[in-house]
Write a protein that binds this ligand. Structure first.
Ligand code: DGJ
Length: 747
């Protein structure tokens, strides 16, 4: 059993392989958080020390006990307006205008298997070892019940949390806030790591001590956003890649989110995470329930790499529904940067032919194939073929591509509409906009109101029609603006605060219906690159286009930041043309491939425009990628260097689960002259085994290969020496040279 209830001391203990989580019901019925951390036996109620603090009030029942205050107690789900002035988890307003919630224990249940939440993706009990703890709390005044749901994944080392809020009265209750999780850390001092950015530079790592006051990581865009990814980490100040206490908090949610971290008057840290509560309110009719999104919690005392590895495995194995999650994906060519909107059937076939000749397995036709889509000002919403570009339609094009031996994939942006489109002319009321005000326009497009059932049904009809009519084996699902002017013509005034969340529920419903009906289609998420790179989307699409910045050197930073939470196999990464279309930089094609191999791997250019020598390299890259594909997808990922402006090179490593094989990649990101050799300490190997360098491929280096020495007798090293002393990288020189080294255990 992973969940234990001690009836005498009223404590709940949840245990995964390496962690323990403990809470207790106190004498007034509040659910007190005791501990989350490294595996530890015993009851830890001694950690909760009564103390008196001026201006921290005492509950009425215990008004003579000055040392008892909700304002000082660590809690599992903080209430509001009842004497705790720190971050609330829930804000409820009754019909008679009473705000707040004082949540007290009502009942609990322990059951095998994993709870489900309605309308949203959540972790699946694939290993059959999950257990559920449900603890229901109640606010006596409002009649609001909060069922706290805990999913304990022993092997996965993850605890999932969600909350179900139910109105048990005969009058409506308005929720103004309904967080998924509250995590109190009464002891220790912590750094907050979060991932910020912008279009074409997503998920840059930020790390700073948690300061007095409240720090917020949030989005109000109805997407998880380029700007603030929902995944956050709290770690001790000394934590690094290989050591230190680290907590991960990963919402399984793709819409407006919010995580607040507060350092309070007594040095205690409270983190509250879930749906963004700005512009949110939800009307709970009598008897109705509201489910919050799920949050995946992980803890390790072994540093950031370990934390990432826990998430990588868990997202691949327990979250993603797609059969492709653990399968090798086709090496694709996407025509976007090759042609943008300017293509013909013949041009696409030319690109496909050359790609096929070099070993590519799938052609993806990007934006521009539908409606009157000749630039980004019109056509979105009209998901029928653009006959001016493809006069013969899609059928013969797909047939010819299939005949060549390539799969065919298609780009769509279903959530959007252009004013200049047949769909908008027929259904202007389907757009999210505030009555009487022209909505803010972005990329000349507007957002369809996915909170409406008729819109979701329409999109399902259109998309399932495409997938039925044509032999499409991959869908790139794009979303190229943030939502604003939030108002739905289908909802009454007192439900307008629900539109943001209902939009996401509509999106999930659509994705759920499509991925269930078409399980053989590989979905790739996208939102102007990585604007919706989150666990919610990963439940349906095992890969997401990581960024619209395809410059390999910029991608080092983007993919590095993304790797903290999300698996390598989920990062869409392509080799694109040089000079790069975003930065103008030229990087050797070999190095571009090394970087794209830390992802799904594919091409985004017209390969016809390469020289013969470059074409040969592409052919070889695809063979090499296939040789490494399993290791890259399923292996443990290690960041060997930070990626920031102080570094001259970036290195990372994949290690097979059985430690037999490892692939090391390093890219020189800044030229270095007359510096000493680089010795990089490898990780995750068997210290007692011997490893032989089976391959060492160098790219973009000005020094001829025969003048680059290989170290070590017979190129054999002990695992211990590789990890404790390091591997000396070959001397590289030139603009952005790189190296890829494959080592295997000597039998
Ligand atoms: C944004 C995507 O990230 C690009 O890859 C491309 O598909 C364009 N949209 C097309 O409009």
């Amino acid at each position: 059993m992973s969940i234990h209830y001690d009836a005498e001391r009223k404590t709940f203990t949840l245990a995964t392989c390496n962690t323990t989580y403990q809470m207790m019901v106190n004498e007034l019925g509040h659910l007190i958080h005791l501990y989350y951390g490294r595996r530890a036996e015993g009851t830890m109620d001694y950690l909760c020390v009564p103390r008196d603090c001026g201006f921290s009030p005492n509950p009425y029942e215990l008004r003579s006990v000055r040392s008892w205050s909700l304002d000082l107690l660590p809690q599992e789900y903080s209430g509001s307006n009842a004497g705790d002035y720190r971050l609330s988890s829930v804000q409820a307003v009754t019909d008679s205008g009473v705000w707040g919630a004082d949540l007290r224990y009502l009942r609990h249940e322990i059951r095998s298997g994993k709870y489900a939440i309605s309308g949203m993706p959540s972790a699946l009990d694939r290993g059959g070892d999950a257990e559920t703890l449900s603890v229901t709390l109640r606010d006596a005044v409002s009649g609001l019940e909060v069922e706290l749901l805990y999913g304990v994944f022993k092997q996965g080392d993850v605890i999932t949390r969600a909350a179900r809020l139910t109105n048990t009265t005969d009058k409506p209750i308005r929720l103004e806030k309904a967080a998924s999780v509250c995590l109190d850390l009464p002891y220790g001092s912590w750094d907050l790591i979060h991932f910020t950015g912008r279009h074409t530079m997503e998920r840059e790592l930020n790390r700073a001590p948690v300061m007095n006051g409240i720090q917020t990581v949030s989005s109000l865009r109805a997407t998880s956003s380029h700007q603030h990814n929902p995944f956050v980490i709290l770690c001790d100040h000394a934590a690094g890649e290989d050591r230190g206490d680290c907590y991960g908090v990963m919402p399984v949610y793709s819409g407006s989110h919010r995580t607040d971290v507060e350092l309070d008057q007594s040095g205690s840290v409270r983190l509250v995470s879930g749906i963004q509560h700005e512009q949110f309110s939800w009307k709970l009719e009598p008897g109705a329930s509201f489910d919050t999104p799920e949050v995946l919690l992980a803890f390790t005392h072994q540093g950031l790499t370990k934390l990432s590895q826990v998430y990588h495995r868990f997202l691949r194995g327990n979250l993603c529904r797609s059969k492709f999650s653990n399968l090798s994906r086709p090496v694709l060519i996407n025509n976007w940067e090759a042609t943008y909107f300017d293509f013909t059937e013949e041009l696409i076939l030319d690109i496909a032919r050359q790609a096929k000749a070099l070993g590519v397995e799938m052609l993806v036709l990007d934006d521009g194939w539908f409606g009157t889509r000749n630039d980004d000002n019109s056509g979105l919403g009209d998901w029928f073929v653009n006959r001016s570009k493809l006069p013969n339609g899609l059928e013969p094009l797909i047939a010819e591509i299939n005949r060549m031996g390539l799969k065919f994939g298609l780009w769509v942006e279903p959530e959007m509409v252009n004013e200049d489109s047949e769909l908008y002319r027929a259904h202007p009321e389907w757009v999210i906009r505030v009555p009487g005000r022209g909505p803010a326009i972005s990329r000349n497009q507007m957002v369809l109101d996915l909170s409406r059932e008729d819109v979701v049904d329409h999109l399902y009809e259109v998309l399932s029609g495409l997938l039925t009519q044509y032999h499409i084996e991959y869908i790139k699902w794009d979303m190229n603006r943030s939502v604003s002017d939030v108002y739905s013509s289908a909802l009454p005034p007192d439900r307008q605060g629900e539109v943001y969340h209902r939009y996401v529920l509509g999106l999930y419903q659509l994705l759920d219906r499509l991925t269930t009906a078409f399980p053989d289609v590989l979905f790739e998420g996208c939102s102007g690159g990585g604007g919706r790179f989150d666990a919610g989307m990963l439940a349906y699409s095992p890969q997401i286009w990581t960024s619209d910045d395809t410059d390999a050197i910029e991608r080092l930073t983007i993919q590095y930041g993304t790797s903290f939470g999300y698996p390598i196999s989920s990062m869409g990464a392509h080799v694109s043309a040089c000079p790069n279309h975003q930065t103008g930089r030229t990087v050797p094609i070999g190095t571009r491939a090394v970087v794209a191999m830390a992802g799904t791997f594919g091409y985004e250019m017209d390969l016809n425009r390469l020289t013969d020598a470059e074409k040969e390299q592409v052919r070889e890259q695809i063979v090499r990628f296939h040789a490494y594909a399993d290791l890259i997808r399923e292996g443990d990922y290690f960041r060997l260097t930070p990626v920031d402006s102080t570094q001259t090179y970036a290195a990372w490593q994949f290690v097979s689960q059985d430690c037999r094989e490892t692939l090391v990649s390093a890219v020189e990101s800044r030229p270095r002259l007359n510096l000493g050799p680089i010795c990089v300490r490898l990780k995750g190997l068997d210290p007692d085994a011997l490893y032989r360098v089976e391959r060492q491929d160098i790219f973009g280096c000005r020094i001829p290969p025969e003048r680059i020495p290989m170290g070590g007798a017979d190129n054999v090293y002990s695992g211990a020496s590789l990890m404790y002393a390091g591997y000396v990288l070959p001397l590289l020189s030139g603009e952005y040279p790189s190296v890829q080294i494959l080592l295997q255990k000597v039998p």
